[in-house]
Design a protein around this ligand. Structure first.
Ligand SMILES: Nc1ncnc2c1ncn2[C@@H]1O[C@H](COP(=O)(O)OP(=O)(O)OP(=O)(O)O)[C@@H](O)[C@H]1O
Length: 263
């Protein structure tokens, strides 16, 4: 059997006494588009930061293509790109400067990335702004140049935290199309999102995390089977599993007060 692109073994993170991520075991295979869902504070960002080598696990390990990201960081990180939900970019670089900079970190020759960089700028309608300073970019444009930077060096494994937040509908659609095509060509993509339609339409497999533990894992069809109905949406399944449906009664009560018919 081939080595998983991402392998998590008993991955755990505590902040003081609070265990934010609790002994996660997970394999994501080459070419998979994996969606990581969970309510606010469930542990998604903490997990993704451990997976990308930004946060040291309290226990357990992360292997990327068989290399331990903490014991063999250079090898593992060569394979990885990460776009956080709030990308930290250099404001005094232009879009092009940034792409050249990323390519230089990965020791790429110009001929190895220039066509790809031009294509990416075109896909995300940034070509006309690529010579402007990043400090002049809107939030969505910063998000898009960060995604271009992540893809310019052809990573084996791409991590995206809330990738469509801030993108206009056209850019969001182009990103989804691009991610699907890249996975079909063998890239592994791990995304977190709160937009359940994206996970439902786009992802091969979905993991739902709650209070630091994975509580559901599988393809959309598998999740529907596990939850006992083929007609349920991912939203229904997610809300039931994460207990958010309980708040419905409160919402009804509050709306009664607003309408003045509270008894
Ligand atoms: N640096 C930190 N110090 C202390 N606690 C933290 C720290 N970072 C995160 N936490 C806590 O760990 C838990 C998981 O947080 P995390 O940011 O991983 O959640 P998340 O699933 O990404 O949430 P969201 O959907 O709101 O972004 C939360 O209870 C959070 O308060």
């Amino acid at each position: 059997m081939s080595v998983p692109s991402i392998k998590l073994t008993e991955l755990t993170k505590s902040y003081g006494k609070q265990e934010a991520v609790h002994s996660i075991n997970l394999n994501v295979n080459k070419g998979e588009l994996f969606g990581f869902l969970g309510p606010n504070g469930a542990g998604k960002t903490t997990t993704i930061k451990m997976m990308t080598g930004l946060l040291e696990p309290t226990k357990g390990k992360v292997e990327i293509g068989g290399s331990d990201i903490w014991k063999d960081p250079i090898n593992a990180k060569k394979m990885v790109a990460y776009v956080p939900d709030q990308p930290n970019l250099y404001p005094k670089l232009t879009g092009w400067d940034y792409l050249h900079f990323v390519a230089s970190i990965f020791k790429l020759e110009k001929k190895e990335y220039i066509n790809k960089a031009e294509e990416l700028l075109d896909i995300f309608t940034l070509t006309d702004r690529a010579d402007d300073l990043i400090e002049s970019y809107s939030h969505g444009m910063k998000q898009k140049i960060a995604i271009c930077g992540a893809l310019v060096h052809n990573p084996d494994v791409l991590f995206l935290d809330e990738p469509t937040v801030g993108l206009d509908p056209k850019s969001a659609r182009n990103l989804k199309k691009l991610l699907r095509e890249l996975c079909d060509k063998g890239m592994t993509v791990f995304i977190t999102t709160h937009i359940l339609e994206i996970a439902e339409q786009l992802c091969d497999r979905i993991g739902i995390i709650l209070d630091g533990s994975i509580i559901a894992l599988g393809s959309m069809d598998e999740l529907k089977k596990q939850e006992g109905s083929a007609n349920r949406s991912l939203e229904d399944i997610f809300l039931e599993l994460t207990g958010t449906e309980d708040q419905q009664a409160l919402i009804s009560e509050i709306s009664k007060v607003e309408q003045g018919d509270f008894k």
